[in-house]
Design a protein around this ligand. Structure first.
Ligand SMILES: Nc1nc2c(c(=O)[nH]1)N[C@H]1C(S)=C(S)[C@@H](COP(=O)(O)O)O[C@H]1N2
Ligand SMILES: [Mo]
Length: 326
């Protein structure tokens, strides 16, 4: 039987919902018992991960020229914070997954473009990189848990991928999925109560908005596994969970899918997920945020659409709750 458990010891910014809803006490006990074993096993992997980063076949592509159009209102987050405080539940439902993520094998990496497209195809990440124009962009990132960062991503506009895919006229959404299945590479997948694979989606209008960015690099280097190698999304006007990592498929469809967090708790993590300081999470305020590298006590105001109103407000009602095109 599934019992609703309240975990009072959790920090408010911890995304506790799925465990609250789906974990029973015995599962919690098992998960806690497994923790130290996983941590001990991860130690030698750091070296392997460093070797992999050094051997990334795309290392010579970076740095790429910065597009000056996308400006920040704050300092760039120190690299060490952005690459060591992560959400990537496939490696565990806590922030310190950067070591264990080094076991993700990122070559070969095939990406499937399918569904309502002129012609379905698969393409390897290195071939895809030859067909797109890489640039660097400074973007803010706002997690629904109320931490935020500002990072230099490298990558290409998602519109270039949509153009390559040639969606049919009736397609309305593009659904993206994260690699899954290999539990020795991704130990978090053993948490069977999550609806793997991690799935996200945008409307085609959102996906072709100039801000929607496919990330392949960070801080002038290939993006490391913990941040979503070799291909992840950055949609900075939405809460961070929309920015799906380590993508292996793009499916064009006229049906709105159930996304990963929406399937777990749709009232807390809805489909649109536009950053909005006036709509609180049921268990904490979204009015302010704290910056990675700083103190959780130093809060800065959160902005509607995470400050990207000029680029995206035309797509939604004035509160960003619903799209206008429906
Ligand atoms: N596949 C996958 N993508 C994911 C997540 C995840 O758990 N799995 N977490 C999301 C959340 S909640 C956030 S805030 C960002 C975190 O990105 P970062 O670790 O690069 O800061 O990744 C998003 N993409
Ligand atoms: Mo997040």
């Amino acid at each position: 039987m599934l019992v609703k458990v309240k975990r009072g010891w959790e920090l408010p910014e911890h995304m506790a919902t799925p465990e609250d809803v789906f974990m029973n006490r015995r599962q919690i006990a098992k998960t806690l018992a497994a923790g130290p074993i996983l941590a001990a096993g991860a130690a030698p992997l750091l070296m392997a991960g460093q070797a992999q980063a050094a051997g990334d076949p795309t290392v010579d592509l970076y740095p790429v020229a910065r597009n000056p159009k996308y400006k920040l209102d704050r300092e760039i987050t120190p690299e060490q914070n952005a690459i060591s405080y992560n959400n990537f539940y496939e490696f565990g439902s806590h922030k310190q997954i950067s070591r264990s993520a080094q076991r993700l094998s990122i070559r070969p990496w095939m990406i499937s473009i399918d569904g309502m497209v002129e012609k379905e195809f698969e393409i390897g990440i290195d071939d895809l990189l030859k067909k797109v124009d890489l640039e660097e962009r400074l973007y803010r990132h706002r997690c629904v848990e109320a931490w935020a960062m500002a990072v230099p991503w490298s990558g290409f506009p998602m519109k270039q991928l949509v153009d390559l895919a040639q969606p049919k006229a009736g397609a309305k959404y593009v659904v993206m999925k994260t690699i899954s299945g290999n539990k020795s590479e991704m130990p978090g997948l053993r948490q069977f109560w999550y609806p793997w694979p991690y799935t996200e989606a945008l409307t085609i209008e959102e996906a072709t908005n100039e801000l929607a960015f496919m990330v392949t690099g960070i801080y002038g280097k290939p993006v490391p596994p913990q941040n979503g190698a070799p291909l992840r999304l950055a949609v900075p006007w939405k809460y961070g969970f929309k920015s799906i990592k380590s993508i292996i498929s793009f499916t064009f469809t006229d049906q709105r899918p159930k996304t990963f967090w929406e399937a777990l708790a749709e009232k807390e993590y809805g489909f649109w997920a536009n950053v909005n300081p006036e709509v609180n999470h049921p268990r904490w305020s979204q009015a302010t945020e704290w910056l990675l590298g700083g103190s959780q006590r130093d809060r800065v105001p959160t902005q509607l659409f995470n400050g990207y109103t000029e680029f995206v407000s035309h797509m939604y009602d004035e509160l960003g709750r619903e799209p206008l095109w429906r």
